[in-house]
Structures are given as C-alpha cells and as structure tokens.
Design a binder for this molecule. Structure first.
Ligand code: SAM
Ligand code: SF4
Length: 337
C-alpha cells in the first residue's frame, strides 16, 4: 500500500529524512563557462517571464522557513551575483521569523564590490568556486581570464565579515589534478575553508565519464603528499563534506565524494530552480511546479501541499552506479548547485 505524504508539518520523505536546507537558484545565467558545467557558447537561457520574481522567491522562502522547517537558505545559480535584486532578496529573507542562516555559492566575480552590501543585508556565509591558482589554467578551465577578480572577491568577502569563507574546488584529470596541495596551502594561508567536490554527471554537454573523474581517494592521496591529514573528530553530520584536520589542526580540508562516497542517507536538502520548480535532489528526473501554482493564485496551504508531496517522492539515492542511471535533463547551472 502506498503511504500518502503528510498533510502538515515539516518537509520529510518516505525514508524519514527531514529537510532543513533550501537551495534557491536565482538565475541560470553565468559570466563564466566552466568546462565541467557549460559549453563555450552558453545555454538557451530561461526567458525573463519564466524566472520567479524577487517577491515570488521571498514568498516561497518565507513558506519554507515558517511552515516547512527550513533553517538554512543558500542562494546559487547560474551565477547569483548577476541577479539584480540579490541584495534585496537577502535582506527580505534575513527579516523572516525565525531567521534562517543565509549563504551564497558564487564564482566570486563582482564579490569584492558586492560583499559589504550583502553582509549588511544579512548574508552570513559564502562559498566561492576556485579550481586553480594559475591564471592561464583558470582561463582555459572557465574560458574567461578572470582569476584576479575571484581572488579579489575572496579577499573582499573576508574584509566584509562573511565567515567562514569557503572555497569549492573541482579537480579534473590532466587539467588541475596536481593542484590540490597548492590550493590547500593558499586556503590555509588566507583563512579560507577548502572543500574539494568530485565531478558529477551534471554538465550540459553530457561529457562526464566515471573513468576520468578524480575520486575522493585520489584527492586525499594528492593532499597527503604535502600534508598530514587526520579525520576531523567533529565528524560530518548532514554536511556533505567529510573533513580532515591538516597537520594537527586547527586548519581543515573537506572532500565531498558525491559519487564515490555518497551521503544521500543523510541528505537534508530541497531545491527550487530559478523558474520555480521544486527538485527533491540534484539528480531528480521529476520536478514539481510551484511557479504555475503561485501565479494561478494558490494559497500557502496549497503550495505547502505541493512541496510536501514533491519531497515525499525523493528517491533513496542518486543511483549514479545503477546501469539504468539517467542524467537529469537540466544541467547543474540550471538546477542550482
Ligand atoms: N556559479 C556559482 C559557482 O560556480 O559557484 C554557483 C553555481 S555552480 C553550478 C555551484 C557549484 O557547482 C560550483 O562550486 C561548481 O564548481 C560546481 N559544479 C558545477 N558543475 C559541476 C559538476 N559537473 N560536478 C561537480 N561540481 C560542479
Ligand atoms: Fe558558471 Fe558556476 Fe557553472 Fe562555472 S560552475 S559555469 S561559474 S554556474
């Protein structure tokens, strides 16, 4: 017998996982073209009217925080810093009761300029993506010569009081897989928390290949050529990163082994795309349309019902190792990473 979704309370799935963390994509557009994410020519972007308005975004976040148990809100994209209303959205979310913790995942372009306003609006933390410290590699990898802007963005985030400032790095074989120790040295020297993320089959070009992916084990082996790592006694919790103390601490490094060390059993996330679709998982092949309901005049009760139903259907795991695995139609940049 199929168990129906709950009609009230927090977002929960049939495996008992409770949602606390909401990821909201503010745009599918981006000013970089990372090779593991997008083709050089970009993608067919969502049209303006398809995007949730600032008010619609805040309404959904308010619902999630007040009625559905969300305590963490992360804005992402595409590149969230290019959304014109970003500072106002952050301010409106920071004014919610109960106030969620608010973070941002960004490529760092423009962060130097925007960080003070974002901090003043209520942004707590930031994750900046940076895969290499070599300007020529950066230009090859992102197809834009902007390393200096990212480094300035990181410094600007610290200066504005955003804490912690984390760095997300993806290693690719033959491209930057020799750079793990240098990235860690850089992060430790500047007080940034570094986390490596295994490359996932979420690129628009569908070019991911397991055999060429740099695995968590390989990342750790690379780091151990320069550092002594011991498992962080603080453990992992619902956070996807497994963390290690570097040379006895207090510096740390994280590895998110999404593919080889999946953490689906502890996942506490829900996602809303820039066009208002709820996704239970990065790898979900189904979406639930909140924008259509919003614009048809649905009340909070109805929106909550749809959201609970969407999460109830979350699969147990991403199934990348399943021979029947199908990469989702939307790429990472359109889902919100
Ligand atoms: N543009 C922002 C940025 O780059 O941080 C936010 C969106 S981006 C999709 C979010 C994160 O996803 C980045 O850290 C990026 O490195 C990561 N990412 C993108 N494609 C990926 C892939 N195929 N596998 C693993 N991580 C990926
Ligand atoms: Fe843009 Fe982020 Fe994708 Fe790079 S990873 S192309 S910065 S959305």
């Amino acid at each position: 017998m199929t168990v129906p979704p709950p009609t009230e309370g927090v977002l929960v799935d049939r495996y008992g996982r409770v949602v606390r963390d909401l990821r909201v994509s503010l745009t599918d557009k981006c000013n970089l073209r990372c090779t593991y994410c997008m083709p050089a020519e970009g993608l067919p972007w969502l049209a303006g009217p398809q995007l949730l308005t600032d008010d619609e975004i805040v309404r959904l976040v308010r619902l999630a925080v007040r009625r559905l148990g969300v305590t963490e809100v992360r804005f992402t994209g595409g590149e969230p810093l290019i959304r014109p209303g970003l500072v106002g959205i952050v301010a409106a979310v920071a004014a919610l009761e109960p106030r969620p913790r608010i973070s941002l995942t960004t490529n760092g372009l423009g962060l130097e300029r925007l960080a003070p306003a974002l901090r003043a609006a209520g942004l707590d933390r930031v994750n900046v993506s940076l895969d290499t410290l070599d300007a020529a590699r950066f230009a090859r990898l992102t197809r834009r010569d902007r390393l200096a802007d990212v480094l300035a963005g990181l410094a600007g985030a610290t200066a504005a009081g955003l804490a912690p400032v984390k760095i997300n790095s993806v290693l690719m074989r033959g491209v930057n897989d020799d750079e793990a120790p240098a990235l860690l040295r850089f992060a430790l020297a500047h007080g940034y928390e570094l986390r490596f993320i295994e490359q996932m089959p979420l690129d628009a070009q569908h070019g991911w290949d397991r055999s060429t992916m740099v695995t968590a084990d390989e990342i750790l082996a690379g780091l151990r050529t320069g550092f002594d790592l011991i498992p962080d006694p603080a453990g992992r919790g619902a956070a996807p990163a497994e963390t290690w103390l570097v040379d006895g601490g207090p510096g740390r490094v994280g590895v998110i082994g999404s593919v080889t060390r999946p953490f689906c059993g502890d996942c506490d996330r829900t996602r809303v795309t820039a066009d208002g679709q709820v996704r239970a998982c990065l790898f979900a092949t189904e979406e639930s349309d909140l924008r259509g309901a919003l614009r048809a005049g649905a009340d909070d009760e109805e929106l909550a019902r749809r959201w609970r139903t969407a999460m109830w259907g979350k699969r147990a795991g991403h199934g990348i190792d399943d021979p029947a695995f199908l990469q989702p139609a939307r790429p990472m940049s359109a889902i919100g990473g």
